[in-house]
Design a protein. Sequence first.
Lengths: 308, 386, 277
Amino acid sequence: MAEALAPGRLLDTAQRRRRRAETWAAWGLAGPATFLLFLLLLGPTVAVVVLSATDWQLGAKTLRFVGLGNYAELFADRVFRQSLGNTLLYVAITVPASVGLGLGAAMLIEARTSLQAFYRTVYFLPVTATLIAMAVVWEFLFHPNVGLVNLLLALVGIAGTHWLNNPATALYALCAIGIWQSLGFTTVLFLAGLKSVPHDLYDAAAVDGADTAWERFRRVTWPMLGPTLMFVLVIMGIRSFQVFDTVAVLTAGGPAKSTEVLLYTMYTESFHYFRTGYGSAITVVFLLFVLTLTLIQVRFLDRRVHYA
Amino acid sequence: MSEVVIDRVSKSFADVRALRGVSLGVRDGEFMTLLGPSGCGKSTLLRIVAGLEAQTAGSVSIGGENVDHRVPKERDVAMVFQSYALYPYMTVYENMALPLVMRRMTPAQRLPLVGRFVRGSAALRRGIDANVREVAASLAIETLLARKPAQLSGGQRQRAALGRAMVRHPKVFLMDEPLSNLDAKLRTQMRTELADLHRRLGATFIYVTHDQSEAMTMSDRVAVMMDGELLQVATPTSLYNDPSDLRVAEFVGSPKINVVPGVVASERTVRALDGLVAVAAEAPVGTRVRLGIRSESLTPEGADGAATFRGRTRHVENLGSDCYVHVAVDGLDVPIVARADGRRADEFGIGSAIGVACDPDRILLFDDAGKRIPARSAVARLRSHG
Amino acid sequence: MSRPGVAFGVFRHVVLLAGAAVMLAPFVWMVATSFKPPHEIFAGELTLLPRQWHAVENYGQAFTKVPMLRYLANGVFVTAAIFALQILVAVPCAYALAKLEFRGRETIFTLTLFGLLIPAHVPAIPLYVMLWKAGLLNTYAALVIPFVISVFGIFLMRQFFKSIPDELIHAARLDGLSEFAIVWRIMVPAAMPALVSFGIFSVVAHWNDYFWPLLVINSRELAPPPLGVAYFRNEEAGHDFGPLMAGAVIVTAPLVVAFLLAQRRFIEGMTMTGLKS
């Protein structure tokens, strides 16, 4: 039934050669990316950690290892502590506000069909707009005399202030811009989350007697939206932590350091005062915060796999 | 010449042995079908022949030449896939032209936009165009050449995939369950077309399927595989009538062959359940055997003394031309299925006592391990003695 | 619909329209102001349309006081170069990771996942030093090189390639395509939707990027739009809002118009940042 031939004696080498050719092809395709990954991302990241343990100043010929010296200096530095505090406050305001408002907007949009596309478009518009340009616009809106904000407040008899120039309000003004800019982002993510809630569940809840809006929200929407909510919170946390553009253009950390934030401090220390080692240490602190948030997300995403 | 010789090919994935030393010779111009249940290793074997996977041991030669070191495109084989694997964003024409473009044109000539200005590319394009249109005409898909795969019906996609395989006149066609995505009616029609195509092309076909009716209707020979092993290679006729292994007998044929335990009772008889059948088995008296009896060798009749098996009618399957009577027999978990002329279908009342007569000429004997035991009918001799 | 249904419908529109007004106000005010002459702007009146149209003057100044066209051209060139190189680097790697078996594959993929965890600001200092040592500061190269590798692009394309059936690749190998040809002839066309999404993500991110150009560029000829707007604002601060708003309109318009034309694709592409950022 089967014609047996002499077994291929060259088989071993022939196959090994083929497999080696495949490996070469694969490395030819993946090699450049891997090289650049090390050169432009992983290597520099390691370098930042190493630099953060030195006293190097950009352009200096010498460099000394100072261990955790930069970090000790950081946490003793009033400006850095304020910067960290401002950043955390910015995150603590921007994240709940944009997440809460985004959830509300998404639920209202999804509740009926009329004008759905219009609302989605309008709310998302600021996400695509160039933030620097819009920051300039906001600066004008916040103008003490001719800005739209104060003109509108004057209509209802409230005296406005010079929002961006007042240490008591500057950070909150930046928060407002941040919320305005990311609200559409959270809205769209929540819309996607709401769409994935099977309609049968609402019907089942109605049959089971949960037919008021509040009951539907509490019994179906909220629990089903849990994973999306967690995801959006973390993403917004990471985004807000990176606040830089508005600070750099509008306030330069002022007035009186009231809007000094992590990335801006890192920028000035590294590129104005050329304290590269010190700036690297701030970068590492920044990285640790973002990694913590990411790890929360990874852990949570792992768990979502179990739900699926 | 394009015979394919598979010599002691084995394949192991991480911890699974998918193929255990399979040897098979496919003759030039033969339609060979690899038949087996899913997971038996038949698709893996086909991919090894194509060069898409490397075997762990053994060798493959095509046209008398060892191809183990050859990448797929150097093996001069074409493959038709279960999902057709048509490039979704290319038209049927582009799909069919691609194998020729890749083979005949230089990289410079293949360049988009610029390529057409490279010397000789226009003549090559014309040649390719002629080939594509010729094949398309032979498959009656000329009118579909400008469409994308998504705009085609299942049968049309099937033809386009065949066209892509045919266009470069390969020595060997490899087909991996190409009909399994079609509806039943189209599948029957394509069976005829494929067999016809094979006769026209005169090329070697290796065809993988789990559907025994495809194997039986199209192939010159069928290789039955199970658990990574080749059980039997034979023509459809001898596979059905002369299986070498109980697993082959059980896999081929519909309804499934009846299997009844028995024992060699004398030189000329085998006892099956309570009945005695006149079969001379080439095995010592007392050997435990299993009798494989196809339903057409069994005839339902009255519950009198002449019947080999007795039981009660459990179910009657009336197919019009034939009817299959399922008879529950004491001592067997599965009912025995016997065939009768369709016009008799109403004779059998469910639950009533029934006898089943057996044609000893057609009984297949297997030993405990499932291997065939040679046997022949002993009716004549019994008669002469009686 | 029942009465509470109607009431809720009205409530929904009132709330959402109020929100929409807030979202749109900066855009509306920006455009309105870009049409107004200085004395109307500084009159502090709540009017949308100018009494005296000053659009030509404002937009004219936006193009003449600063090299606005140059900024836009820089933006187009830099984002296009970044995207093209990202594709060139990421797509073959993504294909190898998704479809080829080779030693080191898992390692590369793990490193890619690590890369996803690192925000773009983190490698900034060493990259700056590298470019400085290479004498590339204040060049187009400085704007492009750091973003040539997109771990997000590799990850995204790998996920997409994984969903393409192996049979398609097997067919291509039998049709005589090399692995390189499979990437560009088979995988890229099949992955067009993913590439478009990634393209939007990449272009939006780099058109809008301010942080990196701020570090490496100090001549106006090389400034991309956000940096250009910042220059413009620093010169005009508090003086003449008309041309400044006109400049903001010019810089914002390309992406906003593109978004309005292809909303679904944009939202897809931008929300992918959820995976990265």
